[in-house]
Design a protein around this ligand. Sequence first.
Ligand SMILES: Nc1ncnc2c1ncn2[C@@H]1O[C@H](COP(=O)(O)OP(=O)(O)OP(=O)(O)O)[C@@H](O)[C@H]1O
Ligand SMILES: [Mg+2]
Length: 469
Amino acid sequence: MNTGDMFGHIGSIVGSLMFVWAMFKQFFPYQLINQIEKHSQRLVTYMYPYIQITFNEFTGERLMRSEAYSAIENYLSSKASTQAKRLKADIGKNNKSLVLSMDDHEEVADDFNGVKLWWASGKHISKPRSTISFHHSMSDERRYYKLTFHKRDRDVILGTYLNYVMEEGKAIRVKNRQRKLYTNSGAHWSHVVFEHPATFQTLAMDPEEKEMIIDDLITFSKAGGFYSRIGRAWKRGYLLYGPPGTGKSTMIAAMANLLGYDLYDLELTAVKENTELRKLLIETSSKSIIVIEDIDCSLDLTGQRRKKKEKEEEGKEKDPGQKQQGMQERDVKSSQVTLSGLLNFIDGLWSSCGGERLIVFTTNYVERLDPALVRKGRMDKHIELSYCGFEAFKLLAKNYLNIDSHHLFGTIHELLKEIKITPADVAEHLMPKSASGDVEIYLKSLIQALELAKEDARKSSAWSSLDSK
Ligand SMILES: Nc1ncnc2c1ncn2[C@@H]1O[C@H](COP(=O)(O)OP(=O)(O)OP(=O)(O)O)[C@@H](O)[C@H]1O
Ligand SMILES: [Mg+2]
């Protein structure tokens, strides 16, 4: 038997003894248990070459569930499901899958770069502090995980292993958690469960650019160490611009799904002043995307919010976009958020609390934005979402009709070179309209729409050349 095995056996025997003790101790008075545990602990420490670390479920006055405990619970869930004999099962926070964890007084072994160690779960039952209610006395159980390893491995365990467990555990929690979509009314966030199905796989755009964006996002999400080393807040700004219906909002949902982040949809026009904006920001959590849609409509881009009167006097010069006009009228009534307030929000002192946050602006009119707002360092990446090209069409056809090719694809390819149509419009034509829908009917309806648009374009250019004569 090698030394590792021998230590392993000692560990298992001690683990089993601890288990038996844990089973029996509930039959003894708790004062006696405390005395026995105190003395046996001294004896074990003297004879036993192992180190033990206990991670309690609650820290402080039982107010806070320990983050370390939850991370370990997540980390151990996969090991527990293969090793432990008694498991606890619960519905995960995403409400979809079962999450397994080891039951009380179970033990699982782990191996880290050849170092063997053991995790045991247990609970202390202390005398109820109050006899007011049955419920209260039930809640006086204190669960913990105990990690046991040989003292020669102390450096590895304390130096690397525990960090690794924390990171892995947190990553599993992010993957399993139920994500939220927050919206603000005034200075308060309220949320619903975020369940948008969009993914980058279903987003129709240039494949190379898509890959670049995915890479950028994943690199960002893993770059916490880098950002702290170079002394920058762990945040990144994206500006998504392009005509309506080209997939800006869809891309934001896909980003949240890719990274497992929460979404904060910030309605800037509902925020009265800069202090409210700061308050909202402080309340956002890390691993989140803060979104301001139609940023050009939310803020006066000269940097000074125009007073209602001035605007009325400015007169009759109407904005081309209805969205723009409606929003401006609304925001002038209620909001005094300034451009500098927003800039502060993005990269001022406040934006460094929390970390790991993306800030995304969308606009239909990129040229209207103040350069200060979108300069690199604030909006690090500018992404144009544009009209539907042939590659994007092929992806939509695959998603909506489940086809990779068709004899009508050639005609569509040619038409898409000349006609600007948004992915949203293409998608509308490909949407199934009956259970037995024929693919050809949908493609023909798209071709018809494209030809109509071509005809319109031809007529209007003929008119404009007549006008100029
Ligand atoms: N690139 C795309 N890939 C897949 N579907 C798309 C794409 N663009 C648009 N769509 C479809 O069209 C609908 C509208 O798209 P979306 O809301 O993302 O557009 P938008 O660019 O945010 O428009 P707006 O500027 O008006 O906010 C979506 O529900 C989606 O199904
Ligand atoms: Mg949108």
